[in-house]
Design a binder for this molecule. Sequence first.
Ligand code: GLN
Length: 243
Amino acid sequence: MSDNSLRLVWVYPDLLSTYGDQGNALVVERRAQQRRLQVERYDVRSDQAVPTSGDIYLIGGGEDRPQRLAAERLRRDGGLQRAVANGAIVFSVCAGYQILGHEFVNDLGEREPGLGLLDVVSTRGEGERCVGDVLGDIDPSLGLPELTGFENHQGITQLGPTARAFARTRIGKGNGTGDGTEGAFNDTVFGTYMHGPVLARNPQIADLLIKLALDVNALPPVNDHWYEELRGERIAAATTQPA
Ligand code: GLN
């Protein structure tokens, strides 16, 4: 963060953008601009180096093979780990979330090392794929309203001792471990299974990322009318979907 500008990095849109993840970048960008911040947005393809001086990094969901390629390239590149060491904020979704953990099971059925930025380990679930609308309560320490999202994953994720559950599900599978947890976070790195895109459905999460990047406790309010319409629609869908 320098002066009034925010550097937003969207990691690997060519590999990890299967579920409207661009929406997350647009929401962070727009909500920062509404607070009169200048946003420099970098969409970093997987054949480019990940810049290390960003303020907020977004990494999205993807199918199994692109997920393996992304993990290989991110490990080789090392930029995201250096950015986190510099204090960057990271928000990751589904395949991106699994990549940020210690390891996940790849498309070849092998254990693939992740980046170790979150204390989680993902394996392949034996049961049915987790698909559907989700409702949950976000960790109270984060001061956010109820979580709405859509999940679509086979992987299940176990939290280690230094990761906290991002939310507790009321509807949906979340981490898929049967303990009601959904996603994980530490001081600066967040992971969730929620698509949607999740920041369009939960704009207060985008605001949280901006606040953490700016190191402020509050942002000027903005008009959330259309977000609230979308939230209402999706929360209704979650509560009426077949179990
Ligand atoms: N391939 C991973 C899984 O199925 C991630 C899928 C996703 O990003 N939606 O668990």
